[in-house]
Design a protein around this ligand. Structure first.
Ligand code: COA
Length: 324
């Protein structure tokens, strides 16, 4: 058992192909200007053939392990959040555990864009409860595989990449209690269009594309997540003035800005904006954003950060963490 848990290291894999808006707009009768003003996205990264979810997750994991200063064999829990590992079984997590030298418990979770924060919550509770010492949590997606490039509502949003964190024991609560939940009444707002059985038995089998009713998702995110953010701060016993970094899921820059205003963040708080150059990478978006902010100095070790993630389900999870 440990008094608390902490983030020890963050690693990423950024997909290699940079795709500017100009490459997307013709097929969806849109413009660079529309995409920038409505979503904040200037370009996104899509994986090449070599950059499978396994490849990207392993790379991100190796960097996180090196940064944490542990050996892969010390990891006794591996949790992978993804919706784009196309084998229903076995999990991607057992494969990645093996790749990094771990024989720990390993499983995948499906909580879409909220998956990384769900994984951090599970790892934190396992460490505090004494069933794990070092956990590897990964968010990885190849959303380009399930994006319909002719769909005006989604073609410009989704992207690929991986982000990983090592979670380990701490004398203090450097990962605060999670606030999480779901709103299954809105199950259909973001979803895979067809299930696998429908696809394989159809006359024209194809890829299970994502479909999204963007506008209600936008309104739900701003309204509901503002309350979740406040509740998360309260549960951690702090207020917005105590924060240094704001790390919301990178779904849309307007949602990020609206949440920052709703939480009354002081001006000095650094706000993640990874969506501008990386698009929406779902479960990978928060660790990718944190990694970028650590690299350019906007986030520093010891900073207090509020992570808040939301997406298909609808599902959400949020917690306050100390930046590693
Ligand atoms: N290019 C140009 N115009 C477009 C367009 C596109 N790609 N998509 C829609 N439009 C048009 C619509 O036809 C509509 O035109 P009208 O006013 O003449 O009827 C107008 O733009 C507004 O459409 P709307 O769907 O209301 O846009 P929006 O402001 O809600 O922005 C999203 C669309 C997708 C950017 C926004 O809803 C969003 O980001 N939603 C949440 C996404 C999200 O968080 N997803 C992931 C959760 S994990």
């Amino acid at each position: 058992m440990s008094a608390g848990a902490k983030l020890m290291g963050i690693g990423v894999h950024r997909a290699s192909r940079v795709v500017p808006n100009s490459e997307i707009v013709d097929r969806i009768n849109s413009t660079d200007e529309w995409i920038r003003t409505r979503s904040g996205i200037v370009e996104r990264r899509w994986a090449n053939d070599e950059e499978t979810v396994e490849f990207m997750a392993t790379n991100a994991a190796r960097e996180a392990i090196a940064k944490a200063g542990i050996d892969g064999s010390q990891i006794d829990l591996v949790i992978i959040a993804t919706v784009t590992h196309f084998l229903q079984t076995p999990s991607l997590a057992t494969k990645i555990a093996h790749a990094v030298g771990s024989t720990g418990a390993a499983f995948d979770i499906s909580a879409a864009c909220a998956g990384f924060c769900h994984g951090i919550a599970l790892a934190r509770d396992a460490i505090k409860g004494g069933t794990s010492t070092y956990a590897l949590v990964i968010g990885v997606e190849r959303l380009s595989d399930i994006t319909d490039t002719d769909d005006r509502g989604t073609a410009f949003i989704f992207a690929d990449g991986a982000g990983a964190a090592i979670v380990g024991p701490s004398e203090t609560d450097d990962i605060g209690p999670v606030v999480w939940g779901s709103d299954g009444g809105n199950y259909d707002l973001i979803r895979q269009k067809e299930d696998w059985m429908e696809l394989v038995t159809s006359d024209s089998p194809g890829i299970p594309h994502l479909v999204m009713d963007g506008n209600p998702v936008f309104r739900w995110a701003v309204f509901t997540m503002a309350k979740v953010a406040q509740e998360t701060l309260q549960k951690s016993g702090i207020n917005a003035d105590d924060l240094d970094v704001f790390l919301p899921h990178q779904a849309n820059l307007r949602i990020v800005d609206a949440l920052a205003r709703a939480v009354h963040l002081p001006e000095r708080v650094q706000v993640a904006d990874d969506i501008i150059h990386n698009g929406n990478t779902s479960a990978a978006s928060i660790p990718l954003a944190l990694h970028a902010m650590l690299a350019d100095g906007r986030a520093k070790s010891g900073d207090k950060a509020l992570m808040i993630a939301f997406g298909a389900g609808l599902s959400y999870a949020a917690q306050v963490v100390t930046v590693p």
